[in-house]
Design a protein around this ligand. Structure first.
Ligand code: FES
Length: 107
């Protein structure tokens, strides 16, 4: 279990426990947190699960694979350093305390 903080674009903060082996996207979806749409259900094919990772966490996440890197080009205002697709981040204990912020909109 990892405690993940999701911050909506407007500033509303949601702190939830997400089970290991779920993704950060599933943690938002399963807790009805707005701002992550995940239209493709986690197949890395829509870019509507885009977030900006807190700067303190960027280096601590597993690196992006080429498919995520390509799909991020379709996200709304992606940041080259902080943007990630939450369906591609799988929870493990090392992610306890992760903070992500949603963009103004998803595409
Ligand atoms: Fe579609 Fe992540 S849910 S790319």
């Amino acid at each position: 279990m990892a405690k993940i903080t999701y911050i909506e674009h407007g500033g509303m903060v949601h702190v939830v426990d997400v089970p290991v082996d779920k993704t950060v996207m599933e943690g938002a979806r399963d807790n009805s947190i707005p701002g992550i749409e995940a239209d493709c259900g986690g197949a890395c094919a829509c870019a509507t699960c885009h977030v900006y990772v807190d700067p303190n966490w960027v280096e601590r996440l597993p690196p992006k694979d080429p498919m995520e890197e390509d799909m991020l080009d379709f996200a709304y205002e992606p940041d080259p350093i902080r943007s990630r697709l939450t369906c591609q981040i799988r929870i493990d204990d090392r992610l306890d305390g992760l903070v992500v912020k949603m963009p103004e909109k998803q595409i």
